[in-house]
Ligand binder design. Structure first.
Ligand code: ADP
Ligand code: MG
Length: 334
């Protein structure tokens, strides 16, 4: 098993492409290729495995389907694309019953329906022990308008679509008590952020309509890790203001030590993290507000050796590049 997922992918990235219409291959949230003079097609795949990404004790079958599709739609959102189609590959072990599998498909259909997505194919095989569900999604964005991680530059405003860390706190509750336990209403909300996260398609679409230079990434592996991805892809420094990073209302009963760990290093919130030229920030924020969406400024891009820093008014802390690394298995559930 490879030690570092990112290095491993780089080793297998082809040196050149054969297809002229390929616009973006490996390296961003999704691949992009020219489909017509008006649209680019955007495609990506994401897989969830029982015991690694979910357990029957943490997620109902409906939630597994919902979340597997949400994670994929989130990658489309991070490219500024609108979702269109999905294809489902599923490996089924003996202990999964038809009724549970129907639940899983209902979860996918519920979210897919909200975005007018069609299920257009898939593959069904058996598995020895664990359920695996792998979804490929296809979307589209106006030709040339995709949002990339490498677009950030010094002076840009860093923004976030919503508070992060709630999914990680929900997972902690689920691992402690199991999903059938009784929870307070605040805890129930935290669980739902883990079980049925909402992809930020509307803000992604708004970003694709902006003429300003912007970078965009979705938060699947944590705020720190995704900030690093933008920093490294763009060759810049991400400076986050601790006082500006929104703290979820649900965290009032937790200690800052707990929630900052979830907020910086917990994954699967599926909010969007982006950067935009400073002169266009107000316009973007107002347009988002007018569309019923919220974007919050959380910092500024600076020049220098790529990295991520957190300022708290007194000191500046350099953040670690840890997050949900799928292969090390140390930081969460990957
Ligand atoms: P995300 O977290 O946004 O889903 P990943 O970190 O999983 O993205 O992947 C980073 C990039 O590497 C993406 O462009 C993805 O398509 C590509 N990638 C991931 N795994 C593989 C693989 N096994 N073979 C080829 N490309 C891959
Ligand atoms: Mg992504």
């Amino acid at each position: 098993m490879p030690k570092d997922e990112f290095e491993w992918i780089q080793q297998h990235t082809p040196a050149h492409s054969h297809q002229k219409r390929l616009e973006e291959g490996i390296g961003d949230d999704a691949a992009v290729y020219r489909a017509s003079s008006f649209f680019d097609e955007v495609v990506c795949v994401d897989t969830m495995i029982e015991g690694i990404h979910f357990k029957k004790e943490t997620m109902a079958p409906y939630d597994i389907g919902y979340k597997a599709l949400a994670a994929n739609i989130s990658d489309l959102a991070a490219m500024g694309a609108e979702p269109s189609f999905y294809i489902v590959s599923i490996a089924i072990p003996p202990h999964w019953e038809d009724k549970e599998l129907s639940g899983l498909y209902k979860g996918m259909a519920a979210l897919g329906g909200r975005y007018s997505m069609d299920l257009i194919g898939g593959d069904t095989v058996s598995s020895a022990h664990e359920l695996m569900v792998s979804i490929t999604v296809i979307g589209r964005v106006e030709a040339g308008r995709r949002l990339l991680r490498r677009n950030a530059a010094a002076g840009d405003v860093i923004f976030l679509t919503g508070p992060v860390g709630r999914s990680a706190s929900g997972l902690k509750l689920l691992l402690e008590k199991g999903r059938h336990a009784s929870f307070s209403s605040v805890e129930e909300r935290l669980l739902s952020y883990h079980q049925r996260p909402e992809p930020q398609v509307e803000v992604g679409r708004l970003a694709a309509s902006m003429t300003a230079r912007m970078a965009l990434n979705d938060i699947s592996d944590g705020l720190a890790s995704e900030s690093f991805e933008i920093a490294e892809a763009s060759g810049i420094q991400m400076h986050l203001e601790q006082g500006l990073v929104p703290i979820p209302n649900e965290f009032t009963d937790y200690t800052p030590e707990d929630y900052w760990e979830w907020m910086l290093y917990g994954g699967e919130d599926f909010e969007l993290l982006g950067t935009i030229e400073a002169e266009s920030w107000d316009d973007f924020r107002k347009q988002a507000e007018a569309a019923g969406q919220k974007v919050t400024k959380i910092g500024r891009v600076e020049t220098g050796t790529p990295g991520v820093w957190l300022h708290d008014g007194e000191k500046i802390v350099s953040l670690e590049k840890k997050g949900y690394n799928h292969f090390s298995g140390k930081e969460g559930q990957g």
